[in-house]
Design a protein around this ligand. Structure first.
Ligand code: SF4
Length: 457
């Protein structure tokens, strides 16, 4: 029992988080920045922060993560990091030649009070930013929000590139939110099937799931180009997938360039994918393609065939708010009962949405934003579940309580495949169901008494 100190009695806790269901803002900012082609993320703080952020992403994506740091020592910690960042910008453009440096702050530089816009302006005035190259920046203090907030802040900073020329490009901007590179590919594939031209930003496909070719590329082929980012101001509209990850950027773009936006849930599961497809169809003024209709039908077929195994199964789930909201809706739509729901990211809207989705479904839900895995474990001890859905950190609970465990979300540190097999869209829904079914039926095969052990399920 690795978590033997988790007690069943739930007490009031205000000042301590135990096994938080989140990580720090700059990790999200770094992941978003990697979705710009030719971009080098830069951590404005100490080397330790940068090393941690890089390793967290490397462990999940199984790819080397390049990033620079302002390398604060005692001097910068006392007098501010302006000199370090100016020197860093100079060195990075001379040595690594990125198209963009995407700077994010850390707890230390935020606490000192470094003024990022002012430092960027100084770098520009002093000629440290070569022509045709860019430095963008996001404020990402980790003592507020979570990695999701950091992701959102960096995506918002990308709107700096957008230009309104007055000549429409006929495309839709898609802000996919923090999903896997393969999910971004899948969203683009679905848009293509609908006949819609898109600009996706950020786009980590081809960056963090790039093939092994034997040749090292510091800046892989994927990522949203600067030309595309500039063109976002001329698009017909923006679809922002996820209130927490993508909505802020879409609203800023709307305000700046009058590109109308719609905020949708991430397209996990049947209903959220339906809404996404319908939004694209409506904007493009087309009918749903036959291919997408077939994929939808296949997902409905699997739900129907296997419904008896999903019915009334209790689920505990922890993860990021945009993903968890869509997943809870999916589980409810197949008659599963997500009874314990936690996100580490703050936001009262989260609890409200989960309560709305689970209302009048025949079970009571425990839900908490800014919660932690300790609380989730306590809830499970009080009301056991048939399935746990969480990132890798959930494995301790799954082992102690002997619960089938679906690894889903960020980070996944002990399995492979999440970069390559999408879980968004109808095809992604099939993959999710296949995984959930596999876990439930493996448990049934293991636990059934011999007289009811069946060959065919
Ligand atoms: S000091 Fe702040 S930014 Fe750095 S690793 Fe810790 S939480 Fe993250």
């Amino acid at each position: 029992m690795l978590l033997r100190h988790t007690q069943k009695e739930i007490g009031e806790r205000k000042a301590v988080s135990i096994n938080p269901a989140k990580t720090c803002q700059p990790i999200g900012a770094m992941y978003a920045a990697l979705g710009i082609h030719g971009c080098l993320p830069h951590s404005h703080g100490s080397q330790g922060c940068c090393a941690y952020h890089r390793s967290a992403l490397t462990r999940h994506y199984k790819e080397p993560i390049s990033a620079a740091t302002s390398s604060f020592t005692e001097g910068a910690s006392v007098f501010g990091g302006q000199a370090n960042l100016l020197q860093g910008i100079n060195n990075i453009f001379s040595v690594y030649e990125p198209d963009v440096i995407a700077v994010h702050t850390t707890c230390l530089s935020e606490t000192i009070g470094d003024d990022l816009p002012q430092i960027r302006k100084k770098a520009q005035t002093e000629g440290k930013i070569p022509d045709g190259k860019y430095v963008i920046g996001a404020s990402t203090p980790s003592y507020v929000g979570s990695h999701v907030t950091g992701f959102s802040n960096m995506v918002k900073s990308m709107i700096e590139f957008s230009e309104k020329t007055g000549k429409k490009n006929g495309k839709i901007n898609i802000i996919p939110g923090w999903v896997e590179p393969c999910d971004m590919e899948e969203i683009k594939r679905m848009a293509k099937l609908t006949g819609v031209g898109t600009i996706m930003f950020p786009d980590t496909s081809g960056v963090l799931n790039a093939p092994m070719t034997g040749e090292y590329k510091m800046f892989p082929d994927g990522g949203t180009t600067i030309a595309e980012l500039k063109s976002t101001g001329d698009s017909t509209g923006t679809l922002a997938l996820g209130e927490w990850c993508s909505a802020d950027a879409a609203r800023v773009l709307d305000k700046k360039c009058k590109v109308p936006c719609r905020v949708l849930d991430m397209p996990f599961g049947l209903k959220a994918t339906d809404r996404f497809v319908d939004a694209m169809r409506t904007i493009a003024g087309v009918s749903v393609s036959d291919e997408l209709a077939v994929e939808r039908g296949q997902l409905v077929d699997m739900i129907t065939d296997m419904h008896q195994y999903f019915y009334k199964k209790k689920v505990a789930i922890a993860g990021d708010p945009d993903q968890v909201i869509a997943m809870v809706e999916f589980l409810v739509s197949i008659d599963m009962c997500p009874v314990h729901v936690v996100t580490g990211t703050p936001g009262k809207k989260f609890e409200k949405r989960i309560k709305e989705i689970t209302k009048d479904k025949g079970f009571e839900v425990n839900v908490k934003a800014r919660g932690d895995l300790f609380l989730l474990h306590q809830w499970i001890q009080n009301e056991p579940v048939d399935l746990l859905i969480c990132n890798t950190y959930g494995k301790y609970i799954a082992r102690d309580e002997d619960i089938p465990f679906l690894r889903w979300g960020f980070p996944i540190l002990d399995r492979q495949g999440h970069q390559y097999f999408p879980t968004v869209g109808y095809k992604g829904g099939l993959r999710l169901l296949e995984k959930i079914l596999g876990l439930l039926l493996d448990r049934k095969d293991r636990d059934d008494p011999e007289e009811s052990f069946e060959l065919v399920l």
